[in-house]
Design a protein around this ligand. Structure first.
Ligand SMILES: Cc1cc2nc3c(=O)[nH]c(=O)nc-3n(C[C@H](O)[C@H](O)[C@H](O)COP(=O)(O)OP(=O)(O)OC[C@H]3O[C@@H](n4cnc5c(N)ncnc54)[C@H](O)[C@@H]3O)c2cc1C
Length: 497
């Protein structure tokens, strides 16, 4: 029989979305090769929000061997094709950031160059009209098409998702321990985490730990003293209030992000209810004002107590330190505007699975893990900043701050390059690809001053036909799609829908 490896015992501290995602993936992938325990405290509970996701979660669930219809039924999920940004550029002006692709590219130049040429010659319609996901979203239509022709993610009930993942984790050998961690014991010889002591007095030792304790960051922040980079000067929202409401009408296949004078409001349609929340900057709006604002802009009867949450946008300075990896809110938080938190949890889990230590932890692994994770976080941060900094709104102190704030050079360069040339380049494995940046920049009113000369190779007739064909195909495809709510009901409807 093989000798047990030195790194064999794993503890996940915290049972929110981060903890159970990690537990499910570790248990499913490694099974009995590891000894896995998750500790969570029912008294403390979870943050209780996080309902909008992005397409890579589809793959995460596939890796877990999840039956999609069952997962959607269990979590009351609906499909999401993107986000409609309302009042961000100016009050009364909207744009859509879809998960799809717009138009058709040439290898030298993206579709936007041909669209810009078409605009200049008066033969192009709105940029959005060449994106299947946007057209389907606005008609409330949806179906799963061959070759993933319609890119989607989910709106889901995150506490139900955690329960769903818990079953996968436990079925694959993970143990759950209820209890409150009140002390983290370090090994004086090397500074590694040795054990977690629970309030009950019980001591749990392990070789490797995951800090999934949410904003408290008990292991990484409190015990290992890993600091936090504050990004509030770029992403000034620091508070949220969330409530659930009864559904009003059929669920739409997209998230709504509605800007207000000190932040923005989300509306996320699930099968059995809707999630709503106001994200705001506490400098410009009080708690009471925020709740009143949310309540007065909400559809449907409120069915939960308001959940107030304070946060600091930023990132923990190390994501892997000693024998501990941090995931979820303990690792950092960039606000929920583009639904990237659950995705970052997923990325770090997958990254860890690829760098799983055998008998000892390599400093090179730690360095690589940290570099790759920061690359992910920095790029997402830049994309979020974009939504705020290019606003034309001047109607409140909050928006005047956003329009005037200093932004990272990397964002400045992306905006300038697009403005001057119409070009966007995706760097490395950056999450948001060219089309995402283009949709948001155009939506916020940045129209390039030039386009690639290859677009002028096309005659007016050729360009008109090229653009019309794309639009006709989209119109035809959308006309055959069912209504989103009918598709959900038939594919994965819950009893409550
Ligand atoms: C306002 C808001 C909106 C959001 N919306 C989205 C969204 O739309 N999409 C998205 O992807 N993400 C969103 N997020 C982020 C998302 O909610 C989190 O990334 C996700 O829920 C993971 O949280 P977590 O598991 O890290 O923390 P938590 O849910 O806070 O879980 C922490 C766990 O640690 C346990 N714990 C803490 N201290 C102890 C202790 N001493 N002993 C034992 N256990 C302990 C708790 O009991 C709990 O189980 C949002 C976040 C906020 C704040």
């Amino acid at each position: 029989m093989n000798k047990p490896r030195k790194i064999h015992k794993y503890i996940i501290a915290g049972g929110g979305t981060a903890g159970w995602m990690a537990a499910a993936m570790l248990a499913k992938t490694m099974g009995k090769e590891i000894d896995l325990t998750l500790i969570e405290s029912d008294d403390i509970g979870t943050v209780g929000v996080g309902e909008a996701t992005i397409p890579p979660l589809v793959r995460f669930n596939q890796f877990l061997g999840v039956n999609e219809a069952e997962f959607m039924r269990e979590t009351g999920a609906t499909f999401k094709l993107g986000i409609n940004f309302e009042n961000w550029k100016n009050i009364g002006e909207d744009y859509f950031h879809s998960f799809g692709h717009t138009g058709k590219d040439h290898w030298t130049s993206g579709f936007q160059h041909f669209w810009l040429a078409g605009k200049a010659r008066g033969v192009a319609n709105r940029f959005d009209d060449y994106c299947l996901e946007v057209a389907a979203a606005f008609k409330n239509k949806f179906a799963q098409l061959p070759d993933n022709a319609l890119n989607y993610a989910y709106h889901l009930d995150s506490s139900r998702y955690a329960k769903f993942l818990r079953k996968i984790a436990e079925d694959n050998g993970a143990n759950r321990q209820e209890g409150r961690i009140d002390h983290v014991a370090l090994d004086p010889t090397n500074g590694n985490i040795k054990a977690l002591k629970l309030e009950s007095g019980e001591i749990l030792e392990a070789d490797f730990f995951f800090d999934c304790t949410g904003f408290r960051s008990i292991l990484m922040g409190q015990a290992l003293h890993v600091g936090y980079d504050d990004w509030t000067h770029f992403l000034p929202c620091d508070s949220a209030v969330a409530v659930q409401t009864k559904s009003v009408g059929p669920a739409i296949p997209y998230t709504r992000a509605i800007a207000h004078d000190a932040g923005w409001q989300w509306r996320i349609p699930l099968q059995h209810r809707a999630g709503n929340g106001l994200v705001y900057c506490g400098r410009y709006l009080s708690k009471d004002e925020a709740l009143n604002r949310l309540k007065s802009n909400i559809e449907g009867e409120i069915i939960s107590e308001p959940n107030f949450i304070r946060f600091q946008t930023g990132a923990r300075r190390k994501q892997w330190e000693k024998n501990c990896v941090t995931l979820g809110l303990s690792a950092g938080f960039m606000e929920p505007l583009e639904s990237t938190s659950i995705h970052l949890i997923q990325r770090s889990i997958m990254r860890f699975m690829r760098m799983m230590p055998q008998n000892q932890i390599s400093d090179a692994d730690i360095k690589e893990f940290n570099e790759q994770t920061f690359e992910d976080m920095d790029k997402i941060r830049d994309f979020l900043i974009l939504h705020y900094c290019v606003t034309e709104r001047q109607d409140s102190e909050f928006w005047r701050y956003c329009a005037a704030m200093d932004i990272p050079d990397s964002v400045q360069q992306k905006i300038k390059l697009f403005k001057d040339t119409g070009r966007v380049f995706r760097k490395n494995e950056e999450l948001f690809a060219e089309n995402s940046w283009i949709q948001v920049m155009m939506g916020q009113g940045i129209i390039p001053e030039a386009y690639h000369p290859i677009a002028d190779k096309m005659t007016d007739d050729e360009l008109t036909r090229f653009l019309r064909k794309i639009q006709d195909n989209i119109t035809q495809t959308v006309s055959k799609l069912p209504q989103h709510s009918d598709y959900v009901r038939q594919y994965c409807g819950t009893k409550d829908i």
